[in-house]
Design a protein around this ligand. Sequence first.
Ligand code: KIV
Length: 284
Amino acid sequence: MSRISIHKLRECKDSGKRFAMLTAYDYPTARLVEQAGVPVILVGDSLGATVLGYESTVPVTMEEMLHHTRAVVRATKKSIVVADMPFLSYQANDDIAIENAGQFLKAGATAVKLEGGRPVVSLVHRMVEAGIPVMGHLGLTPQSVNQFGGHKVQGRTPAAAARILNDAQALEDAGVFALVLETVPEQLASMVTSRLSVPTIGIGAGVSCDAQVQVLHDILGIYDDSRILHHSKRYVNLGESIRGAIRAYADEVVEGSFPTSEHAFSMDEDVLHELTQASGSIVE
Ligand code: KIV
């Protein structure tokens, strides 16, 4: 079974068919996401917070991203796997950036995603020329959270909105096959979506984007089930279910009701008899 082609996403946009992208960072969850029919899996650097316990995406390394990308690739056969390029793996030097992107493709990813507008346009062009499919990412780009001074909506002033519109066009011209728009006003996302030929994938950017992306741990309520983010929707509170199940297991162990004979293995009566007879003469 071969993977869905990135060109299929453009066909979706052309025929007005929305699609979902979702993050996954490990083998079991990537399998579930693919089994649920999600065509694009993002190994997001959001794993810094959701899986590794960092405060932001900034500390995430190439090694960590590659490790998780390989697990997601092993778990899937059909879905497009997009690997996020971590902070400083592409900003300092274009040659190193292309080598790093190549490592993700060698690990089995279909494409890479990188954040930013003008400053990465020529790099995107070079990557695409080198045969590396690139997804763009504009708006609230989490690797620049320190620069933005927090998780704030981007593109609210005429100048900031115009910059996002221009950057989006420049990224499309450089060859991105899709563009994530994060935490921007829905009217702006709608304008970008109607101007671009490649699909826009929104998160906190309204319904008029061609597709949506969410962080798996947010929609399942695993990461921090005491908090629902404005741009997110929790479809199940797995955090509560998992805690309940673990508590029940631990309680049963303490009170001796698990395991029962149903979960144990027994020995043949003859062997047991022989063992009991001989036990006196067994020297350890
Ligand atoms: O890292 C991530 O999960 C992302 C999405 C939020 C788009 O970049």
